[in-house]
Write a protein that binds this ligand. Structure first.
Ligand SMILES: Nc1ncnc2c1ncn2[C@@H]1O[C@H](COP(=O)(O)OP(=O)(O)O)[C@@H](O)[C@H]1O
Ligand SMILES: [Mg+2]
Length: 434
């Protein structure tokens, strides 16, 4: 798993150093401060290719390019390699490339990257790396499986344009279901783990057809309202979960097959990168997704107890932050926060590793260092509350002004807002009450 990452001269923050936790790593920060960029760099460090270099259909995941005139540097270290074996790459502007030592990528496990637009990348140490002992490339292999969102569902052709690198969710799910073998059982288990409550597990329904022009048998999911809905008609949230479940099961079973063919051991480490982990999910699902993903990835291994899962997740969701309070362990987990610092003449982006302090509920998280909002109220309510706070401590605020402010507050606050208790108390004391 990745242990440290250090950058200089690239991205919004330029200089960054991340010491990752061995299990859960959370990334927060405003839009455009570089959360996705960190995940892209981690993917590159672990696989040596930028996602869009492998699949030009991707509109994100492009190679990092330092601003002209700056020297870009990326250094990283893996937990599996002894101390000191740090990899450092300095951007070669003439070649527009990031040269690294030409040896086997040192990470012995699977690397998965769920991008926020539904694209998905997988690096499998058995399938995506091949060097003959002589040092010659003995066989051409894909450097990674990088699938656009459409390819996750419909499949992706191999090198020759005829074979299939990945059959895609629709065909694999349907054939697994007909076979009713181990893959299908695994898919059912992973779907159940990723569902928000045990009684509401996402269950496969009967196969169907949705289009006269499409000869594929279409998987369905059984909905709580009693219908089997074709997966292509499912909501974005359900499709996100189905795609993650499929990619996990597909990646693992292809890995097992490759290990068998090569006579190799199966991987015991999985690093899962997920951008905007809450993407498309209702709050009910957002509250479960972190724990569920770790547990689903762990369940892939032959022995869940000995499968190490490292999760790197970016999030904009206070519910996600609140949901990890019971499980966050500073020995294994880390939280990194990107901030825009406006105090100097030129605003700067800085990355901080934060102490994870419990905030209680999600609205406290909104007002924490993670999201830096003054409150969880609407902007007009927040402004009116600020004025009320000033008025309550002001010497010269008369009853007429108080009446006008109270009317404004009534327009923006709920009748049961706790603010009213204090307001009534002060209003009585100051003689504003009517
Ligand atoms: N391939 C790249 N090369 C150089 N800079 C990049 C690259 N990709 C993103 N960036 C920088 O990162 C910023 C966007 O960061 P991003 O990680 O997408 O933000 P977010 O925190 O919203 O995920 C851009 O404004 C740009 O400064
Ligand atoms: Mg992003």
């Amino acid at each position: 798993m990745i242990k440290t990452l250090e950058t200089s001269g690239i991205g919004p923050a330029g200089q960054m150093r991340l010491e990752f936790g061995s299990r859960l790593n959370l990334l927060t920060g405003d839009n455009s401060l570089g959360k996705t960029f960190i995940l892209d760099i981690v993917w590159w460090a672990m696989t040596r290719k930028w996602p869009a270099e492998v699949n030009p259909r991707l509109i994100a995941g492009k190679k990092a390019v330092p601003p002209i005139g700056q020297e870009g540097k990326i250094a990283f270290l893996f937990a599996e390699k002894p101390e000191g074996e740090e990899y450092t790459s300095t951007f070669n502007r003439r070649e527009q490339s990031w040269p690294v030592r030409a040896d086997r990528p040192p990470f012995p496990g699977l690397v998965m990257y769920a991008m926020s637009d539904g694209s998905f990348a997988l690096w499998d140490p058995h399938r995506n790396y091949w060097a003959h002992p002589s040092g010659m490339d003995a066989q051409k292999r894909l450097p990674a499986y990088v699938l656009s969102q459409a390819e996750v569902w419909d499949g992706k052709r191999g090198f020759d344009g005829r074979s299939w690198a990945c059959n895609g969710l629709l065909r694999d799910w349907a054939s697994w279901q007909k076979e009713n073998g181990v893959q299908f059982k695994h898919l059912e288990q992973v779907l159940a783990k990723l569902s928000p409550a045990p009684g509401e597990a996402l269950c496969p329904g009967s196969l169907t057809r949705v289009d006269l022009g499409d000869a594929r048998d279409m998987p369905t999911v059984h909905m709580p309202y009693g219908q089997d809905v074709a997966v292509v008609h499912a909501s974005s949230g359900v499709r996100r979960i189905l795609a993650i479940a499929y990619m996990l099961v597909w990646a693992w079973h292809e890995h097992l097959m490759a290990a068998h063919l090569l006579g190799e051991q199966t991987a015991q480490h999985i690093t899962f990168l997920i951008d905007e982990i809450e993407a498309h999910l209702h709050p009910r699902w957002q509250r479960c997704i972190v724990k569920a993903l770790i547990s689903a990835a762990q369940s892939l291994g032959n022995d869940a107890a000995s499968t190490n899962v490292q999760l790197l997740a970016s999030t904009h969701s206070p519910l996600v932050m609140a949901s990890v309070e019971p499980l966050f362990d500073p020995e294994k987990d880390a939280w990194f926060d990107l901030d825009l610092l406006r105090d100097s003449q030129v605003a700067k982006v800085a990355l901080n590793k934060r102490d994870f302090i419990k905030q209680g509920d999600a609205s406290n998280w909104l007002a924490s260092e993670a999201f830096d909002l003054p409150s969880g109220y609407s902007l007009p309510a927040e402004e009116a509350l600020n004025e009320a706070a000033k008025a309550m401590s002001a010497e010269s605020f008369d009853a007429a002004q108080a009446k006008a402010l109270e009317e404004r507050l009534r327009g923006v606050l709920s009748d049961i807002d706790p603010f009213w208790i204090r307001w009534r108390f002060v209003a009585q004391k100051k003689g504003w009450a009517t």
